[in-house]
Design a protein around this ligand. Structure first.
Ligand SMILES: [Mn+2]
Length: 250
């Protein structure tokens, strides 16, 4: 029996060069479904094209924290934020705000729950080094996730850092980031292989895939488009060092 392949991508953050490299990799491998865990916009220069591309090619799109707050910002926000907000079309502001916050998959008997940051909210962050309570919370039903069967696997984005943790029959994993990876500079995504919709346990695998792309061409596009906060973006893409941890550029 042939198995299905589901790709989980996240945190594209307006980096169209990285997204296209990952989509090309997906086409070559052959996937049956693409699920995007959110943060389409902000930080990078081409949120508008990224939203359009994802709306077209992803089967499921989930809302991230940036997708949730960016469209609601007023003109008193920082100039960088206003630039990212206004780079999007009004219909995209609306589209982002209507995306679901959680998505459940059944694959080879595994109940897999997917969301952006945590079962509480896209704005509540759970780091790779977390407490036991935070781990439990990722598997719990909440007003955000609804009352479906509780998952045995949970996948998320938000922290831009891949990891897999198995603890007493429950697997928590992070798919990392396509457009703004902070564990290493190469974009990551997760590929699940199994029998989609199948209740009985069966063949199953998950892998973390890394895709090289043209970082300098992405930075040049940001410069050409006049994106603000260019320097911290360039350092993040080249070195995977988060802007909050970069030496001050005062
Ligand atoms: Mn993000």
């Amino acid at each position: 029996m042939s198995l299905e392949r589901v790709a989980l991508i996240s945190d594209v953050h307006g980096n169209l060069t990285a997204l296209d490299a990952v989509l090309d990799d997906l086409r070559r491998r052959g996937v049956d479904q693409i699920v995007n865990l959110g943060d389409f916009v902000g930080k990078g220069p081409r949120g508008r094209q990224v939203v359009d591309r994802c709306a077209e090619v992803c089967d499921i799109n989930v809302r991230g924290n940036w997708d949730d707050f960016l469209p609601t910002l007023g003109d008193d926000a920082s100039p960088g934020m206003v630039w990212w907000r206004d780079e999007l079309r009004p219909d995209q502001h609306e589209w982002l705000r209507t995306l679901p916050l959680s998505h459940d998959l059944l694959m080879s008997g595994r109940r897999i729950r997917l969301f952006h940051a945590s079962a509480t909210s896209p704005h509540v962050r759970v780091r790779a080094s977390h407490t036991a309570e935070e781990f439990d919370g990722m598997f719990a039903n909440t007003p955000m996730t609804g009352d479906g069967p509780v998952p045995s696997m949970v996948g998320y984005g938000d922290i831009h850092e891949t990891f897999v943790e198995v603890n007493r029959g429950r697997t928590l994993f992070n798919v990392g980031s396509v457009g703004n990876p902070l564990d290493e500079p190469e974009p990551s995504y997760v590929l699940l292989e199994g029998a989609l919709g199948e209740q009985e346990p069966g063949r199953f695998s998950m892998q973390i895939v890394r895709v090289p792309y043209d970082v300098e061409s992405e930075i040049a596009a940001a410069a050409r488009l006049g994106m603000l906060e260019l320097e911290p973006y360039a350092i993040e893409l080249r070195t995977a060092v988060y802007r909050g941890l970069q030496p001050s550029q005062a």
